[in-house]
Design a protein around this ligand. Sequence first.
Ligand SMILES: Cc1cc2nc3c(=O)[nH]c(=O)nc-3n(C[C@H](O)[C@H](O)[C@H](O)COP(=O)(O)O)c2cc1C
Length: 380
Amino acid sequence: MRKDRSETNPCFSTRRLKLGTFQTNLDSGCVMSDLEGKLAISWPNTVTLAKLADEMEFEALVPVARWRGFGGATNPQGSGFEAFTWAAGISALTERCGVLSTAHMSLNHPIMTAKQGAVIDHISNGRFTLNVVTGWNQPEIDMFGTPMLPHDERYDCTEEWLQIIKRLWTEDEDFDFEGKYYRVRKGQLQPKPVQKPYPAIMNAASSDRGRQFAAKYCDLVYTVLRGGGVDRGYDAWKEHVQAYNRLAREEYGREVRVWTLANIIQGETEKEAQDFYKYYVNEKGDWAAAKTAVETFMLDVNARNLPAERAKIMQEGLIASWGGYNLIGTREQIVDGLAALSRAGLDGVILCWPRYEEGMREFRDVTYPLLQQAGLRDFT
Ligand SMILES: Cc1cc2nc3c(=O)[nH]c(=O)nc-3n(C[C@H](O)[C@H](O)[C@H](O)COP(=O)(O)O)c2cc1C
């Protein structure tokens, strides 16, 4: 029953540019805006998006683990489906796409996480990837009455947490674990996941400590692109991605696959696409909710230290696309942008659309065929 994960998990395929979706389990999807046609969360609506992704054989459907919204006029991401139960249902209703669940190390016990992940791996027949987050949204962690560890220590704790999960997924004999944060007596897990040696693991940290953790323990790492841009050439992006690959290779003797997030704003003309961006961000944006999210991110417990002038830019980024890179233009420009991301060395791009369903349908019908023609979906 067990299979090498490279045979079953699309995240490990040789496709030149892998694709995914982000945050389709939460209300508003990836925008903070009063935009009509944005994702209104319901089970039929999230399944529709998953099936569209399945048709295009997307490699990574990434839900977000979120326990409360960000207030403001629209309370974005406030209503939504819990990531593991969502992933189980989505796995049963799809056939080809990769499915992720996201676990908060401080809220999801490692034995529970290992067990749930193994079940989803069986439901999906080996298409499951675990996204590990250490938690930054203090109000939602406070809901549980769980103390938040200092920033870097959260990763020390996550190292133990992940070690227990990997042992449960791989070891046949019962084992004891005595750590600083966890104690396990006669730990065991059956059945093992389908994927051998264990399901893929992803992390999306941006801090230095987080990047070290991701490079050392994870298979897929997510990065926010710095510098560069489609118009400004992609050398800066390339350097940024290569730096991540080098970190994993030189410090830890490992290979990681680097992904990023991009938001697709497509129009018949470039101007139409730009006008739409201005409409849903400047006119319809929920700036109060974005301010709350940025202030939460800046709390001392997250050790950020971002200059104040960055706060406004961050707010706009959250309103537009949860900080993803905005690809704005005609279908040809969108394809050129994705080609540039691929040339920069990115293995995959998680996508989102402001009007999720309308955007994904248009992408499937008119943009995806161009992407295929450009060879970006070929197996190498
Ligand atoms: C693609 C992506 C997915 C993420 N998913 C979640 C999530 O589901 N829940 C959450 O609390 N944080 C999520 N995060 C936040 C990060 O995983 C991480 O906790 C945050 O960047 C802070 O870590 P750092 O301080 O080490 O950079 C996500 C970030 C990205 C870019």
